[in-house]
Design a protein around this ligand. Structure first.
Ligand code: BGO
Length: 265
């Protein structure tokens, strides 16, 4: 049986460079069904049992761009065995926003921090061990351009995918967790590993997800109650909490050489 690893990341994070390094000339290019978004897949160099699926470059798993919808439909519909999430190490805060959503899918995730040659040149440091603990998934450092760590990243993704363990995840404020649990309890037809993802999307009033579900439960009362409690709309509640969580991780895990103030570069 072959294994499928999805390659996911923000636009410009080096995903194409990594995909080429992982697959070499062994690539098939087409379009995602029904849309003119490029679809690329290839066999992992040195292990033909492993297919690497290149997802469109995206910032989020929200429903606002065609690329986001294509990527998340693939992830929830096809359920790849693993996700290799490539992030730009020079832009950690922005890139981790997608990471916090990928780890909620119940699919094993490995994070590859790219552009490490630039991070190191700048004299900055990333505490990979701590980041790994706080994200609940393995984190490796790579330079797709120079080829360093690329093989190890692929091996880590294959290993994580084979273990079938889903990544643990961050928890939202107690009020939000309460609402998510109440919503999840109404999702009888959703497989256990996807309940949390669907609960969050329903909480955000994601209409595309509602349309996709055979029987979407009515959860408006649960959402409204939480919005009143926290005095904000549900989508902003989730977004703000993600940024708070990411901000804390950056504080713990990222050391900038030229901290604030005057920079000579
Ligand atoms: C140009 N290190 C460094 N330093 N650069 C990298 C790394 C890395 O590890 N990985 C990728 N890049 P894509 P998406 C470019 O094209 O793979 C660079 O969008 C240029 N081009 O070389 O395309 C990579 O698929 C002229 O840079 O990313 C590329 O995710 C001047 O990051 C860019 C400078 O990589 C995006 C860079 C004509």
């Amino acid at each position: 049986m072959g294994m499928k690893i999805a390659l996911a990341g923000n636009p410009n994070c080096g995903k194409t460079t990594l995909f080429n390094a992982l697959t070499g000339s062994n690539q098939f290019v087409g379009n995602w069904p029904g849309v003119t978004v490029e679809k690329k897949e290839g066999k992992l160099k040195g292990n033909k049992e492993v297919t690497i699926m290149d997802l469109p470059g995206i910032y989020s798993l929200s429903p606002y761009t065609l690329e986001e919808v294509v990527a998340r439909n693939y992830l929830i519909g096809e359920r790849p065995d693993g996700i290799l999430n490539i992030i730009d190490g020079t832009n950690l805060e922005r890139n981790l926003y997608l990471t916090t959503q990928l780890t909620e899918l119940g699919i094993p995730v490995v994070v590859a921090i790219n552009m490490m040659d630039v991070v190191e040149k700048n004299g900055d440091k990333i505490d990979v061990e701590r980041l790994s603990k706080e994200l609940g998934c393995k984190v490796v450092q790579i330079s797709a351009l120079k080829g360093t760590g690329v093989k190890e990243a692929a091996e880590a993704a294959v290993e994580a995918a084979a273990r079938e363990s889903s990544a643990p995840q961050h928890t939202f404020a107690p009020e939000v967790e309460g609402a998510l649990n109440d919503i999840a309890a109404k999702l009888e037809d959703v497989s256990p590993s996807l309940k949390r993802f669907y609960a969050i999307k329903l909480f955000e009033r994601d209409e595309k997800i509602v349309e996709q579900m055979e029987k979407a439960p009515d959860v408006e009362n649960i959402i409204k109650k939480t919005e009143d409690l926290l005095d904000d709309d549900s989508e902003s509640i989730i977004t703000n909490e993600r940024y708070m969580y990411i901000g804390e991780m950056i504080q713990h895990c990222y050391t900038k050489k030229n901290k604030g103030g005057m920079s000579t570069s």
